[in-house]
Design a binder for this molecule. Structure first.
Ligand SMILES: Nc1nc2c(ncn2[C@@H]2O[C@H](COP(=O)(O)OP(=O)(O)O)[C@@H](O)[C@H]2O)c(=O)[nH]1
Ligand SMILES: [Mg+2]
Length: 365
């Protein structure tokens, strides 16, 4: 899972990136950095901690996601429609499964805001306009090219279909509506997948507030009600600086600091959980003395395909899956006891694996 962290300069993207990955990239001065920071982050999961307590395995492995901190969006000036986002940066944003937009909600005189004032809702509208414009430009460019190729003999039926879909896309974008409003058959979706349209991607809006305002989440979220009501969009409140600082502390200090500030669940878990929800992913677990491990799969994945996450041989040689829910397993304590009370079920390849299930595969190669 690849997640792009996007937003205007000085909104706290790199600070959030540090909080998520535990890295320590410099944010002290405006570097004018226009490249991207890439880092892997483990997805915290209390259930894995509990299973680790039970099995005391040699190894504990959490699921992982990739975060990309994309800089280079200098301006959020209203009316500044010409500059937009540099195309290199847009390409970097497209190249992700979803987008986390970091909006500046903190006041700090020593950190200049590119638009001169702090207004996170305005910045989000501007960013959104950029996404709509960028998708529109791609649509238009491709429509022109296809239209020009129409008279040529190598113009295929597939080209014809693509052109028709792109016209539908453009019509939506003309009304400033995101492309995820488009209802597409699988075949149609495939035809435009390669464009990686920004307004088709799930969006997590992270409003980055000053630590003085921690605890006011509900009042702030109320202002974002219109955004959070949109499909495939969620809004969360973060305090990136405090979270990044806490990330560098040991566990005991971190807990104390969190309590003092009134911070609840740490940001890496909150962001990962939101991303899983938005992308329609969840986890199943494998357990044993060697390793307790979480695996991420799209919701709706069957037992056989899920096996492929672990190893292609298990998928190919799939015989059966032994499955028990997390709750039943924890209540029983051992797989044997789950067998005895019938909570460990034998399932076939078409079985749809649910969130948190513990799966043991039987296979032959
Ligand atoms: N007070 C406060 N300052 C922050 C917060 N998040 C980021 N900053 C500061 O804002 C500046 C820019 O942050 P940075 O992460 O580099 O922004 P980026 O340009 O979006 O990557 C740095 O000086 C940060 O310390 C926050 O939550 N509160
Ligand atoms: Mg940065």
């Amino acid at each position: 899972m690849k997640i792009g962290i996007v937003g205007f300069a000085q909104s706290g993207k790199t600070t959030l990136f540090n909080a998520l990955t535990g890295m320590n990239i410099d944010t002290s001065s405006y570097s004018g950095q226009d490249s991207a920071n890439i880092g892997m982050a483990r997805v915290p999961d209390e259930r894995i901690e509990k299973l680790t307590e039970i099995f005391q395995p040699k190894k504990k492995t959490l699921a992982a996601v990739e975060y990309v901190d994309i800089a280079g969006i200098a301006s959020s000036e209203p009316g500044d429609r010409t500059s937009g986002i540099p195309s290199e940066q847009l390409g970097r944003i497209r190249n992700n499964d979803m987008i986390v937009a970091v909006l500046r909600g903190f006041e700090n005189d020593t950190v200049p805001h590119p638009a001169g004032s702090v207004d996170a809702l305005r910045d989000m509208s501007n960013l959104w306009s950029e996404f709509l414009l960028s998708d529109h430009a791609i649509c238009e460019g491709r429509i022109e090219r296809l239209a020009a190729a129409k008279k040529k003999p190598n113009f295929t039926d597939e080209n014809e279909k693509e052109l028709a879909i792109l016209h539908r896309c453009k019509a939506l974008l003309d009304e400033e509506k995101p492309l995820r409003h488009l209802e597409l058959a699988d075949e149609e979706a495939r035809l435009i997948r390669g464009f990686q349209f920004l307004t088709q991607k799930p969006l997590l809006i992270a409003v980055n507030i000053d630590e003085r305002h921690i605890g006011n989440d509900e009042a702030i979220l109320a202002k974002w009600a219109e955004w959070s009501a949109l499909p495939a969009i969620e809004v969360i409140i973060i305090s990136a600086k405090a979270e990044a600082e806490i990330q560098q502390l040991d566990e005991e200090e971190a807990t104390m600091f969190r309590q003092e500030l009134g911070l609840t669940e740490p940001v890496p878990g909150r962001i990962a959980a939101a991303c899983y929800r938005l992308l329609g992913y969840h986890s199943f677990f494998t357990v044993g003395e060697d390793e307790v491990r979480a695996w991420s799969i799209p919701v709706g994945t069957n037992a056989r395909a899920a096996a492929g996450e672990i190893h292609k041989d298990i998928e190919r040689g799939f015989i059966r899956a032994e499955v028990v829910t997390y709750d039943k397993f924890v209540a029983n304590g051992t797989l044997n006891d789950c067998k005895k009370d019938g909570s460990l079920r034998l399932e076939g390849k078409e079985y749809i694996v649910k969130d948190g299930e513990i799966v043991h595969y039987r296979f032959s190669v």
